[in-house]
Design a binder for this molecule. Structure first.
Ligand code: UT7
Length: 329
């Protein structure tokens, strides 16, 4: 009998209504639609504009719809993990706020901050609680409100990021489908290339940090770009090798959506058929912890039980890795 795995039994994505187009960005910074499209693949991104709304409000919408869609009683949820770098507050965590706002009373929750790899790290963490037999119903949320930490006068970053994400329900599966294997890596020396300088214990907020615009995303794109392709390709190869798979065995590659040239580079280096690569960066930009669940949500109608999916990510930290799962419905 196959061992007990954790499978995704439902997915719900969400993006806020407001769409920030490349044309609109042209009026805000010295950029143009042609540069953004050819250098990143992004045409538009969604932005949370409603005053007073934050990460937990997006999480609330996703989780409520997920519970409804999967006909799950909130009382049965035992754990909620929220993967984000833009939680409502530095503390407390956003997962518990989502539980409070959705009427999930019997769960404990915590956040995972692993930037663009957050959702993958959270998915595997949640899966372990199910594989071990500890829990039967776990929700993993991956979302970000990147607009809250973006300087809309900095053309190097403001054209890239957007808001949104998704939530999945994990349940036990003994039919062989579910989350099978993950290879994860980290390299703290990468933090110099992608970070927010102030607001943490290193540089608490002050007039000076505000004046120096240190509460926004800083990115030195080129080194991140190179490391992203290498990290994703190597971790995909590692997972393929460990599981005795070839590229022909894989039905879908689900890459973090940071740049279409990174996605194409990864697919080309592995000689992957582009038809099998999920891409929606043109509509949402880079939503950090939100890109992978947004892909799964959009492709959900096309996915078939038993499909082999490779989810891969690279992000701030640096953090990166690949998860292999078999779709369960
Ligand atoms: O998700 C987390 C991980 N993050 C990533 O994976 C992101 C990885 N990096 C990237 O995707 C790319 O490096 C960027 C999209 C951030 C930048 O693209 P690039 O091809 O590396 O451009 P660049 O920074 O080398 O800039 C090339 C030129 C420069 O002009 P000069 O010096 O050649 O005259 C920039 O000043 O493009 C200029 N430029 C722009 N021009 C128009 C930079 N940003 C813009 C812009 N519009 N928005």
């Amino acid at each position: 009998m196959p061992k007990r795995l954790a499978s995704i039994t439902g997915i719900q994505g969400y993006v806020p209504d407001y769409i920030l187009t490349n044309k609109e960005l042209e009026k805000m910074v010295d950029t143009n639609d042609e540069w953004i499209t050819t250098r990143t693949g992004i045409k538009e991104r969604h932005i949370l504009k409603e005053p007073g709304k934050a990460a937990s409000d997006m999480g609330k919408i996703m989780v409520e719809k997920l519970l409804e869609k999967t006909k799950t009683n909130p009382d049965d949820i035992e754990l909620v993990i929220c993967c984000t770098v833009t939680g409502d507050m530095v503390f407390p965590d956003t997962a518990n706020t989502i539980c409070y706002k959705t009427g999930i009373k019997n769960a404990f929750g915590f956040d995972i901050n692993a930037a663009c790899s957050g959702f993958l790290f959270g998915l595997t963490t949640g899966a372990k609680f199910i594989e071990s037999g500890t829990y039967k119903k776990v929700i993993v949320v991956g979302l970000d409100v990147m607009s809250s930490i973006i300087d809309y006068t900095d053309r190097a970053t403001c054209i890239i990021f957007g808001d949104g994400g998704g939530a999945v329900l994990l349940e036990p599966d003994e039919s062989g489908n579910g989350i099978i294997d993950s290879v994860f890596h980290g390299d703290g020396s990468g933090r110099e290339f992608l970070h927010m300088k102030a607001g943490g214990s290193l540089k608490p907020p002050s007039h000076e940090t505000i004046d120096r615009k240190e509460h926004y995303v800083y990115q030195d794109g080129k080194p991140v770009f190179k490391a992203a392709i290498k990290g994703m390709v190597e971790s995909i190869k590692e997972v393929m090798k460990r599981n005795g798979l070839t590229k022909e065995d894989i039905n879908w590659l689900v890459p973090h959506q940071a740049n279409i040239r990174i996605i194409d580079g990864v697919a080309e280096m592995l000689d992957f058929d582009k038809e099998k690569v999920m891409v929606n960066i043109h509509k949402y930009g880079n939503t950090t912890s939100g890109t992978l669940p947004l892909c799964l949500w959009e492709w959900e109608p096309k996915l078939k039980k038993g499909d082999k999916l490779f989810l891969t990510s690279f992000g701030g930290g640096f953090t990166w890795g690949t998860t292999y799962l078999k779709w369960a419905y």
